[in-house]
Design a binder for this molecule. Structure first.
Ligand SMILES: [Zn+2]
Length: 104
């Protein structure tokens, strides 16, 4: 699973490669998408370090929440599962609890 970030400049959601490294050797930003990162580089603006740290934390938290939500969604019922037989105690106990022991 990869982290999804929200660009702090244009607001789009973007995926970053693992370890924030592009195949060409460039470093991905946790703050800006590739387009806005390029624009910021042309402006000469550097990535705010605190914002990048917070963005990574938020992305990790969102990933964990998504995984937890998926785990609880897949678990409860399966379509191919047959209904279970009702438990013995729910079938109606008419005799007193000690009746079988006395007949034997
Ligand atoms: Zn952007």
């Amino acid at each position: 699973m990869r982290l999804v970030f929200v660009c702090q400049s244009c607001g789009c959601h973007y995926l970053v490669p693992p370890a924030l490294r592009y195949p060409d050797g460039g470093r991905a930003s946790a703050v800006w998408c590739s387009v806005c990162q390029l624009a910021a580089a042309h402006r000469g603006a550097s990535e705010p370090t605190e914002l990048a740290a917070v963005a990574v934390l938020l992305a990790v938290r969102a990933l964990k929440a998504a995984l937890a939500a998926r785990a609880t969604r897949e678990q409860p019922r399966r379509a191919d599962r047959r209904p279970t037989r009702p438990t013995v105690t729910s079938r109606g106990r008419t005799r007193p609890a000690g009746a079988r022991a006395r007949l034997a």
